[in-house]
Structures are given as C-alpha cells and as structure tokens.
Write a protein that binds this ligand. Structure first.
Ligand code: NOJ
Length: 519
C-alpha cells in the first residue's frame, strides 16, 4: 500500500526554544526486527535503489565527541569560540561534553546497527589527532580512538565516509592566521596525507572539507560561527580560496601517493539550497537566481567540475560592485595561480549537503555596503506554501532536492552524487513521536528515487543528518536533528530512537530487501 505523506502544519516554529529533556526510554537492541520498527508502507513497483546504494547517517566530531581537553587533545576554534565568545552561542552552551561520543562510541555504534545503515559519515577532530595542527606531534590516543571507530564500523559491515575537516580548525593554526593565511593549504595537505596514511587502508570515501561556504561566510563574514571574524566582503573570499587550494592539494596527494594502493575516492562537501526565480517570467528574477546559485553551489563546484575557476557571473558581480564602491586594490575574489595544483577534476564524486529551497529576486540589501550579500544582489524568499520545521531557515521542500540533483547532473557533467547531508530539525519540547519528520524522510527518499529513476541522476547514496541530537553550532542544543534523541541532562547521555529513527530503519530495510530480491 502506498503511504501518503504526512502534511505538516504550515507554521514557523520558534527558533530558539530551550532544550528540554523528557524521555528516558531506551532502545530495544532487537528493534529492527520488531513489526513496529518496519512501519513504512510503499508501493513496491514505484521506487528502486541500486543494490550498492549507500544508506547512511552523518555526524561531526565537535558536535558529538565532547572530551574537548582529554587525552592530549588540543583546542580547536570551536572550543575557543564557545569558551570566550560564548555569548554568541545559545545560552552560552558548548561542545565540551555534548553526546560524549569520545567515551560512548559503542552507544553510537549500537544506534548505527539498529538503523541498519550501510554507511556512516563521521569527521575527524584535527586537533585530537594533531594537537598543534601539524604532524610534528601526533596524539596516539586520538589515533587509537579513530582506529577503533573505523574498525568497529567495518566489523559491523558499515562503511565509513570520513570528513577531514568539519568546522573545527586547531586553535594553534588559527593563531597563525587560520584559513586566511596562504600557508594553510600546505598544512591542510600534510594533515590530509597523515589521515590517508593512517586510515586509508580501510577508509575508501573521503571528504576533505565540509561546507566551505559556511566556514567562509558564517565564520569570517558574519562572525556567528568560529572563529568569529567579521570582515564583510573580504575575508570570506580569501578563506574560500584557501580552502579550495587546500582541497586541491589534498586531492592531488591522494591521487599520486595513495589512490593506486588504497583505491578510494575523495571529494569536498558543498552545501546548497535549490533556487528558482520568484517570478519565472521575470528576466531580473532569473538572473538573480543564477547569481544566487553561483555564490553558493557554483563558488565551490565550478572550480572543481567546470573550469578550474569561479563562475564568471560571480567574478563580474564582485568586480562591478567593487568599482561602484570605489574599491581600488584589485579584485576581492582572488585568482588561482598557474603554479599551483589545478582545481579542475579534483572531485571523484559530487558531495551535496541539501536542506532547503528558495525563490529568488534581485537583492534589496544596502547597495552601499561591502559584503557577499550585496555582491550577490539576490534575495532568497521562502514560498508561503512551504512548511518550516524547527529553525526558521529550514523550509521543507523535498522536491527541491530532486530539482537540484537534476541541475547538478546537467551542469556538472553527470557526476556520481552522494547526498552527504539532509535532515529535518525539531525545536521546543521533545517529541519522540515525530510524525512530521517521519513524513519528511518518506517524501525525501521518494524524491531521491525519482531523481534516480526518472531523471537518470547517478545518485550513489543518502546520509541523513543526523544520527544523534547534537551540538547545533550557534544554536547549541536548542535544535535537534537526530534520528536518536540524546538526553543531555544525564551523565550517560542515553540515546533513544525517535519514531523517525524507526521509520528510517524501516525505509532502509524495505529498499535493501527490495534490491536483494531484484538482483
Ligand atoms: C550542515 C552542517 O554540516 C552540520 O554541521 C549542521 O549541523 C547541519 N548543517 C544542520 O544545520
């Protein structure tokens, strides 16, 4: 029987509700075998996934590990940001303990197994492995921790996808200029090589950097993410540039030194909304949409997949705005040097983080101001018919994912795509029976199936964000994305499946058994 989607009330819920812990239920270890666990009903003939499709969930080190200063770990910029710039984080919270996965990894593994995941995406804490950010001092305890995680996953038939960098630069490197410094590209490369060398015999899917857009814009333009730099219209472009240079070096190192013996794939995770013109008949809205996509997806995808350089519309917009503002010192968007490893072709697959969509019109924001938004001159609007879940930016638009996947196929020469993140948040009182999120997962997976079957997009996998409720950056613990609820008020941080966790397990089990039957 085809299960109709749950429709969400079209309301914008509070952005910053205090965390409240209610449930103490523990997960039954045989839960995937219980009938209630397999609660999804779909029309068998309607959707099909390839046999080796990756069914995953994702987390990141700072958001779940805790243990911020134990066992010789060095501080990262998020440790500093929360401790010193704490007023910028919800209720002064931090990731000091969070899910305490550093101590409780086996609990996470239990959750992973209960979901029936084939893949798990985690990130490495750079400063846990290299407390000063460089290979002069390797922290053996950090190495041991990640070796155990990777080995345990493999022993459970779960393949790791490992992100080298998910927002948490070692503070020691920030003190030397961080991502604004040109030297960071070579330092990142040597960290990447250290990781390929240490784990690459077992890890075959690598993400160098997670969401460089967010690091650049929120961390160095808006100053609301670590390291809290506010230099609008300047630092973000420099940071994005150095991140791309670091990525390219790491990819080339893998290609030359490790690919033949390790046989893995390396990419960079790009976040993007789907965007379409507010008025499809308006040339101004259409042009604004092109700029909107160029300044997010295109900024990082164009150099890797199309030309080795930034999208032309991004360059020209920044130049025009610089002239208008009387800015004298050359382009604010740096140029790639011919003497450096080239960017073009440095992604073995397209790694996409998709959460939401926007309708776009020309910008209304302060033309006299220096900043990315005014360079972009495009404003994203939430369609009133779209429900908004939890955080105010997260309009729920499952078919936006299908459209974005088709756009990626057409624009970037039909790459293999992993959806490395996608999810639905909850704020306010904990709702263990989260039917809206169940409906969301059902709908989004249908859209992925349509992209595969009807649009011919080469989608290789889907990673739900997130395995666990965790530290949601500036929103602290007030926003919950987990498939498992975590009770942050209790020392053991018990993990309990939300109904949506059971739903996702049911979806995975359904489609995996379907592909078994069809091979
Ligand atoms: C993307 C980021 O990679 C992740 O760290 C964050 O928690 C989710 N978006 C949700 O905001």
């Amino acid at each position: 029987m085809y299960r109709t989607a749950v429709h969400f009330p079209n309301v914008v819920t509070m952005r910053r509700a205090p965390y409240s812990s209610e449930s103490t239920l523990m997960v039954d270890s045989n839960i995937t075998n219980s009938p209630e666990w397999n609660c999804i009903h779909t029309n068998d003939s309607e959707t099909m996934f390839p046999t080796n499709f990756a069914w995953g969930a994702a987390t990141s080190a700072y958001q779940i590990e805790g243990g911020w200063d134990v066992d010789d770990k060095g501080p990262s910029i998020w440790d500093t940001f929360c401790h010193e710039g704490g007023r910028l984080v919800f209720e002064g919270q931090s990731g000091d303990v969070t899910c305490n996965s550093y101590e409780l990894w086996e609990e996470d593994l239990r959750c992973i197994r209960q979901l029936g995941l084939t893949h798990y995406r985690l990130s490495l804490s750079w400063s846990r492995l290299l407390p000063e950010g460089i290979t002069r001092h390797v922290n053996q305890k950090g190495l041991r921790y990640y070796n155990k995680v990777i080995n345990d996953l493999l022993a459970s038939d779960v393949l790791p996808m490992v992100t080298l960098y998910h927002f948490d630069l070692p503070q020691a490197l920030q003190d030397q200029g961080g991502w604004k410094s040109p030297e960071i590209a070579a330092i990142f490369d040597s960290y990447a090589c250290f990781c390929f060398e240490s784990f690459g015999d077992r890890v075959k899917l690598w993400i160098t950097l997670n969401e460089p857009y967010v690091c650049a814009k929120l961390g160095h333009e808006d100053g609301i993410f670590a390291p809290g730099v506010k230099e609008p219209g300047m630092a973000a472009y420099l940071v994005g540039h150095n991140m791309l240079r670091g990525h390219a070096r790491a990819w080339h190192s893998y290609n030359v030194l490790y690919r033949a013996k390790q046989g893995g794939s390396v990419s960079l995770a790009i976040n993007s909304d789907w965007a379409e013109p507010l008025d499809p008949a308006s040339p101004d809205d259409t042009a604004a949409t092109e700029r909107y996509l160029a300044f997010t997806l295109g900024w990082f995808a164009w150099p890797l997949f199309v030309t080795g350089d930034y999208p032309e519309v991004m360059r020209s917009s920044i130049e025009v705005r610089s002239k208008e503002l009387g800015y004298q010192e050359g382009s604010r968007l740096p140029r790639f040097s011919k003497d450096e490893p080239s960017l073009l072709g440095t992604a073995d697959f397209f790694a996409l983080n998709y959460y939401t969509s926007r309708r776009v019109k020309p910008g209304e924001c302060c033309p006299g101001l220096l900043g990315l938004k005014s360079d972009r001159d495009a404003e994203g609007v939430v369609d009133p018919s779209w429900p908004v879940c939890g955080v105010s930016w997260l309009a729920v638009v499952p078919d936006g994912l299908r459209k974005l996947l088709k756009y990626i196929k057409d624009t970037f020469n039909n790459p293999a795509v992993y959806i490395t993140e996608n999810g639905f948040s909850q704020v306010g009182p904990v709702d263990m029976e989260d039917v809206q999120r169940c409906g969301f997962y059902h709908d989004i997976i249908q859209e992925v199936a349509r992209a595969l079957r009807e649009d011919g997009v080469d989608v290789r996998g889907y990673f739900a964000w997130s395995l666990l409720d965790n530290f949601e950056w500036a929103d602290g613990f007030s926003v919950r994305f987990g498939l498992f609820h975590v009770d942050f008020s209790r020392p053991k941080r018990p993990r309990t499946a939300y109904r949506s966790g059971r739903e996702y397990a049911g979806i995975i089990s359904k489609y995996r058994s379907q592909t078994m039957v069809n091979i």
